[in-house]
Design a protein around this ligand. Structure first.
Ligand code: 13P
Length: 247
């Protein structure tokens, strides 16, 4: 399965940041990456970025969507709107949204389903907090999130999972190879039970949390790691290209 390097820009970037996307586009045109490449900018930049990425390998995604198709939801954005703006995918259930906006797995599942219904690929995020890991609850937490958040239409063509330990996000800390392998293996097994063994092997499982050029090759070599969801290091074309080159 072809891996994916996806960059989550979070709440960073203005119209002028399209220059960074242009720099990445130039680097990738010269390098022919061995993975799919995606940037998920803030919603305000999706149209600008998708126009700028045209003709390149770079796909554009959103960072969140509402579960409804349209309606009285001030400040929210539907999956169809993201698609209309040029996105091909959307992140749902990022731990920052689960924590900051109280998003439950039930809501994340509804968002993922809305995304797929609108023709987007849903990137469903899972991950334990440090307290949950220290209590020995990592696998049960991740399983509960997977069971609760996986859309009914989950398949390789519609759904990507991102395992992001909350304590590794933006902290410079990364789990050990064994810890990543254990959770990704458990997610694969969970996907098999929820879909089928064949389909579970078509669904990419990304690792996210302090991925950088210096650790990307090691992380991406772990069994059942099918790519990366990158925060901070995706904001700079040089760093993100360095991660992409590790595939
Ligand atoms: P960092 O790569 O900055 O740790 O962020 C990871 C993340 O949350 C991507 O969604």
């Amino acid at each position: 399965m072809r891996p994916l390097a996806a960059g989550n820009w979070k709440m960073n970037g203005h119209q002028a940041s399209v220059a960074e996307l242009g720099a990445l586009k130039d680097k990738l045109a010269a390098a022919s990456p061995a993975c799919d490449v995606m940037i998920c900018p803030p919603a305000t930049l999706i149209t600008t970025f998708s126009d700028a990425a045209a003709g390149s390998v770079i796909q554009i995604g959103g960072q969140d969507c509402h579960s409804a198709v349209s309606g009285a939801h001030t400040g929210d954005i539907s999956a169809a709107m993201l698609k209309d703006a040029g996105a091909g995918a959307v992140i749902v259930g990022h731990s920052e949204r689960r924590a900051d906006h109280g998003e439950t797995s039930e809501l994340v599942k509804a968002k993922a389903q809305a995304a797929i219904d609108a023709g987007l690929v849903a990137i469903v995020c899972l991950g334990e907090t440090l307290a949950e890991r220290e209590a020995g609850d990592t696998l049960s937490v991740v399983h509960a999130q997977l069971n609760g958040s996986l859309p009914d239409q989950a398949a390789g063509a519609t759904t990507i999972i991102a395992y992001e330990p909350v304590w590794a996000i933006g902290s410079g800390l990364t789990p050990t190879t064994e810890q990543v392998a254990e959770v990704h293996q458990a997610i694969r097994a969970g996907l098999s039970a929820l879909t089928s063994a064949e389909e579970a092997h078509r669904i990419r499982i990304l690792y996210g949390g302090s991925v950088k050029p210096s650790n990307a090759a090691e992380l991406m070599a772990i069994d059942n790691v099918d790519g990366a969801l990158v925060g901070g290091a995706s904001l700079k074309a040089d760093d993100f290209a360095g991660i992409i080159a590790a595939f």
